[in-house]
Design a protein around this ligand. Structure first.
Ligand code: F6R
Length: 287
């Protein structure tokens, strides 16, 4: 069961909340002249988040020059220039529009020959470690409960590796391709253990009615299960779940809906008329 769920009316309101957290961390670290390490997801969910970060850079001069990024995953077999590769996505939605340094961008390479991917995955993890871990990890949620591309059955201590995509994932993602046949069958993904070990703070984002059932299923589980990978986050001490109203629509009405005094006092909270919090603490933990 989630113990801290923030619900925003719209995907934009949801994204703004996560963007404020990133903005605060970058500003705090820039002040100290130290890097900010971000773990980033792709897909439809974080698009409004990246739009807001670009706006913060352009209009409020948010400085990305000390930001280091690590992406969660990449399809196997797509050139970085392929419009559906996550490399293309990240440049298109974020990197090309902010002052991040090219050498600070880390993306998994899905075009490497299979026999080199194990080594590549190990090196990726070493780079995360050398960067001092991930300050803020952004996570989306698959309709089957995946985080990154850790499909159901992924071990809770799994590391960065090649994975066969679940048919539900390929079905869900065919909307980005001309047909399901074009959706790659495999990907390389940070592992669940990698995410749990290296992320200091996680934001799990889900929007839209297609995520309502899985959000409700995650919420009903009391401890991590490999059948629903996102439940692994119950083992992490600093997770904030941010939903839009559609994704939250099947959460039980017994979950208390109140306005968080903490959040309404927050300088960074984006306030909307019907903003509400499902709030009984600040951490996501098993009940
Ligand atoms: C992609 C990733 C995936 C997506 C998830 C939801 O980098 O990590 O876990 O976040 O498949 O995708 P959307 O947002 O397109 O519904």
């Amino acid at each position: 069961m989630f113990s801290c769920v923030l619900v925003r009316e719209t995907p934009e309101g949801m994204a703004n909340k996560a963007a404020r957290a990133i903005q605060m961390k970058i500003m705090e670290n820039n002040e100290k002249k130290i890097p900010t390490v971000l773990g980033l997801a792709t897909g439809s969910t974080p698009e409004p988040l990246y739009r807001e970060l670009v706006r913060l850079h352009k209009e409020e001069k948010l400085d990305f020059s000390r930001v280091i990024t690590f992406n969660l995953d990449e399809y196997l077999g797509l050139e970085p220039t392929h419009t559906q590769s996550y490399s293309y996505y990240m440049h298109h939605h974020l990197f090309d529009h902010v002052n991040i340094k090219e050498e600070n961008i880390h993306l998994l390479d899905g075009k490497l020959p299979l026999e080199q991917l194990d080594q590549h995955a190990k090196e990726y993890e070493n780079l995360i470690q050398e960067a001092g871990g991930i300050d803020i990890q952004i996570l989306g949620l698959g309709v089957n409960g995946h985080i990154g591309f850790n499909e159901p059955g992924s071990a809770l201590d799994s590391r960065t590796r090649v994975i066969k995509l679940d048919e539900k994932t390929r079905e869900a993602n065919k909307r980005f391709f001309n047909s399901k046949d074009e959706v790659p069958t495999h990907a390389v993904t940070m592992g669940i253990g990698t995410i749990l070990q290296y992320s200091k703070e996680c934001y799990l984002l889900a929007s839209g009615s297609s995520k309502a059932a899985i959000i409700s299923a995650v919420h009903e589980v009391s401890s991590p299960t490999v059948d629903i990978p996102a439940t692994a986050l119950y083992a992490h001490k600093n997770v904030t779940v941010i939903l839009d109203e559609k994704a939250a629509s099947l959460l039980p009405s017994t979950v208390k809906s109140t306005k968080s005094p903490l959040l309404s006092r927050s300088l960074y909270a984006h306030k909307t008329s019907e903003e509400k919090e499902l709030f009984s603490g600040c951490k996501l933990s098993p009940v």
